[in-house]
Design a protein around this ligand. Structure first.
Ligand code: 13P
Length: 283
């Protein structure tokens, strides 16, 4: 069954853990995310970026998620990550996504608020949750590249106004986190995080989960992070394992055999991410 973000994040806030949001681009990735979560009794969010949603087709993504959730007897969220337009968010909602992010962080604040309000109005009318973003997260996420110069930390006053005026269900922040592999160890601005959470009273979302040290993840959860996005480490593990298998067995014509080590490698990364987030056993 597909459910919205809201009940999962409320539970996570109360019990001090974060729900992992894992990006998927194909059937194998989606099934491993769901299977791993079920076997570890962990809540989970299956995400597609706008590019991944376009690649799969939103209707196909929903059909896959529904039938995999049924097969594994799971309750999961199907979430659009970094929705890049009002239209994209609507296509996903119409297809059956249960949660969408609208990322208007590249717009001036007023414009970000205006479009996010439209997304929230439509989404909430049909029980779909919405994540917004204030501040700009550095790094590369699919089609989205934000340079160091263009990145900016989330401002507490702006975040407060944004949440009040849009009524989003969760807020993504830039507090020293970045998409992709970190070139040097990140240092999250915990004071900023705490101030934003206290003044918005909303579940906060930490993007760029790959490579954030465990002690910082743990502290961030104590200060209000209830959702953490992880993509690069899972994608890399999957592809490296598939590549290694093909090197050993270059003549193979069996797709299933090549996918097997990719699936295993992914499952290990997901498990270790979930451990960091304290979400194992929370179901
Ligand atoms: P990473 O690729 O750094 O794990 O970030 C994922 C993410 O934040 C997706 O929105």
């Amino acid at each position: 069954m597909l459910v919205s973000l809201k009940p999962l994040l409320s539970h996570a806030m109360i019990h001090k853990y974060a729900v992992g949001s894992f990006n998927v681009a194909n059937f194998e990735m989606m099934e491993v995310v769901i299977q791993t979560a079920v076997s570890l009794k962990s809540p989970v969010i299956v995400s597609t970026s706008s590019a991944e949603a376009r690649y799969l087709g939103p209707k196909v993504a929903v059909a896959m998620a529904k039938s995999l959730a049924k097969k594994h007897n799971a309750q999961i969220v199907l979430h659009l990550d970094h929705g890049d337009s009002f239209e994209m968010a609507m296509q996903c909602i119409r297809a059956g996504y249960t949660s969408v992010m609208f990322d208007g962080s590249h717009h001036p604040l007023d414009e970000n608020i205006r479009i996010t309000q439209e997304v929230v109005r439509a989404a909430h009318a049909v029980g779909v949750s919405v994540e917004g973003e204030v501040g700009r997260i550095q790094g590369v996420e699919d089609d989205l590249t934000v340079s160091e110069q263009d990145a900016s930390m989330s401002d507490v006053g702006e975040a407060t106004r944004f949440v009040k005026e849009t009524a989003v269900d969760a807020l993504a922040v830039a507090i020293g986190n970045a998409h992709g592999f970190y070139l040097k160890e990140p240092k999250l601005d915990m004071v900023r995080l705490q101030e934003i959470q206290q003044s918005t009273q909303k579940p906060i979302v930490l993007h760029g989960g790959t490579g954030i040290p465990e002690d910082q993840v743990q502290q961030a959860i104590k200060l209000g992070i209830a959702k953490m996005n992880v993509a690069s480490r899972v994608r890399r593990a999957f592809m490296t394992a598939v590549y290694d298998e093909l090197k050993v067995n270059p003549q193979t014509t069996e797709v299933r055999d090549v996918m097997k080590p990719g699936r295993l490698a992914m499952a290990n990364e997901i498990e270790s991410s979930m451990k960091m987030m304290n979400s194992i056993g929370q179901l």
